[in-house]
Design a protein around this ligand. Structure first.
Ligand code: FAD
Ligand code: NAD
Length: 478
């Protein structure tokens, strides 16, 4: 088989799974000259997830928040191999990853194996459904670009079908009922974006739907956005009320059919009641679950027998029970929330550590060389010179080996809540600043703009915002 360029025999093979927040942040800072780096991911782009909810209604076009992985890898100092494939199994004992090409076009070979010396697992997580019947069949998720496109199409389809000739009032009401399950930041941001779309564009384009279009957010806990401070939770709930988004807290969805959900709500008297809530669009945003690949790896490692939410890692992000496997992001459990902020810091930490490990390996090799020189030195002067050099290198090596463990630095939480308002809990020195409103919204916009992957992304997002403001969002269904 033709494979260019060949791996360097003296370098270790570092295999990185995934092209999300954790893996890409590692690759960004990794000195690729030190390893034979191989990246495996079915997604050939990095996705800036914080702006994904805006793609569901066309405030932002999805390509504006995607960065092709090839475009980014080609700028690395040493070549990195990328395989567009899904890792189907990691064999820890054999130190091999099995990969499948799951894309529509397949060659003669579409399954193969990749041996590794070092492995970084950054495959993220799946959507949690808790085994609730009907979710996978009838709900839409909001994790990937395809999900955002499907939601955008479904919103428009519901609106157009609701205005179909001779549609009954009851059916119109159902079709125009947009239900979001999960009051975490994904559900809240989507509900806010959807209501914005309705207010600024939909009701102008299709005035007939004005009376019946309605957004409901269903949450099992007593309030939405549990990771935010009480003041911001109250602010969000008040804003939603003003925007006429219904929040149904203490309501747990138990069953999903093609036209309604069945939910158990707990009243103020503690009484439980089961009700049917009809919907046209159902978006399911109830958090993360383990990917099968990760579950399988957990089962191979005895030290992971109690891992339920992801691969348990130590303070250097090494998967417990292994020596040469690291995990970052949503598939790792290191006592932090599964956020982009955590994944990005973990990836950057690993890059620093791997860069240092390579340097110290170089020094160790030089030390071996020098001790041979010292042994074979023809006279005392040469022996002393080698001895001094060894001392210097040993000092450098000690400094390098003293890598501090990973420590997450929380910058704060931000969420858009619709009608040009956002909420922010920002860490400030040792304190915290909580703010909500329109100024926070401009802060939210500038923060996310500055965090975009590339200048290209930044310009595209900015242009999308201007376009949506001037011409309105695009309501064509594709
Ligand atoms: P991901 O970014 O999900 O990347 C996983 C990668 O692995 C992908 O490239 C995927 O294709 C690949 N992959 C999957 N399976 C395999 C396989 N078998 N083999 C190889 N590769 C595989 N966090 C914040 O901090 N702030 C926010 O504002 C924010 N907003 C969000 C909005 C939305 C709509 C969503 C869904 C999430 C948001 N998050 C936010 C959370 C954040 O996106 C995740 O925590 C983050 O993406 C986790 O990074 P990761 O690298 O672990 O996984
Ligand atoms: P989440 O885990 O934060 O919230 C899911 C919510 O769904 C929970 O509040 C849970 O009580 C509720 N739920 C679960 N089952 C339910 C049921 N059957 N019926 C009704 N409600 C149910 O999930 P998310 O919002 O998808 O976020 C996932 C991760 O991504 C989190 O760590 C989050 O912080 C991060 N994220 C951050 C941002 C941001 O910072 N702006 C945006 C999106 C996601």
């Amino acid at each position: 088989p033709v494979d260019q360029p060949p791996p360097h025999p003296s370098k270790k093979t570092l295999v990185v799974l995934g092209t999300g927040w954790g893996s890409v942040s590692l690759l960004k800072k990794l000195d690729t000259e030190n390893y034979n780096v191989i990246v495996v991911s079915p997604r050939n782009y990095f996705l800036f997830t914080p702006l994904l909810p805006s793609c569901t209604v066309g405030t932002i076009e999805h390509r504006s928040i995607m960065e092709p992985i090839r475009n980014f890898l080609r700028h690395k100092k040493a070549a990195v191999k990328y395989y567009e494939a899904e890792a189907t199994k990691i064999d820890y004992e054999k130190r091999v990853v099995y990969v499948n090409d799951e894309s529509p076009i397949k060659g003669d070979v579409s399954q193969t194996e990749i041996p590794f010396d070092m492995l970084v697992v950054g495959v993220g997580a799946e959507n949690a459904t808790f085994g609730i019947p009907g979710v996978r069949e009838h709900a839409l998720f909001l994790k990937e670009v395809g999900d955002a496109q499907a939601i955008r199409n479904r919103i428009m389809d519901c609106c157009e079908t609701a205005t179909f000739k001779d549609q009954s009032e009851e059916e119109r009401k159902r079709l125009l009922h947009m239900v979001v399950v999960g009051g975490g930041p994904t559900g809240v941001e989507f509900a806010g974006e959807l209501q914005d779309f309705f207010h600024s564009d939909l009701k102008k384009w299709i005035p007939e739907i004005q009376e019946k279009f309605h957004v409901t957010l269903v949450e099992a806990l007593p309030n939405v956005l549990p990771m935010f401070s009480k003041q911001l939770i109250d602010y969000t709930e008040k804003t939603f009320k003003e925007e006429t988004i219904d929040i149904r807290t203490k309501t747990m969805v138990k069953n999903v059919t093609d036209k309604y959900i069945e939910a158990e709500s707990t009243g103020p008297d503690g009484k439980k009641q089961l009700e049917r809530i009809p919907f046209g669009l159902l978006v399911w945003a109830t958090g993360n679950a383990l990917r099968p690949l990760v579950k399988d790896l957990i089962n191979q490692i005895p030290a992971q027998k109690d891992s339920r939410r992801g691969l348990a890692v130590n303070e250097y992000l090494v998967v417990k029970g292994t020596e040469n496997v690291w995990a970052v992001g949503d598939c790792a459990v290191a006592n932090y929330a599964p956020t982009a902020q955590v994944a990005a810091q973990e990836g950057a930490f690993l890059a620093r550590m791997f860069n240092q490990m390579a340097k110290s390996q170089d020094i160790e090799a030089k030390l071996t060389e020098l001790s041979e020189v010292q042994e074979k030195a023809p006279n005392a002067e040469a022996r002393n010179r080698a001895f001094d050099e060894i001392k210097d290198l040993q000092k450098r090596l000690r400094r390098m080996k003293g890598v501090n463990p990973f420590e997450y630095s929380h910058q704060g939480s931000l969420a858009y809540i619709g009608s040009e308002k956002a909420v922010a809990d920002i860490s400030w020195f040792s304190g915290n600043i909580a703010s909500g409103g329109t100024i926070t919204y401009f802060f939210w916009r500038s923060a996310y703009l500055s965090m975009c992957f590339s200048t290209r992304n930044r310009i595209l997002v900015l242009m999308d915002w201007v376009k949506a403001k001037v011409f309105g969002r695009d309501v064509s269904r594709v």
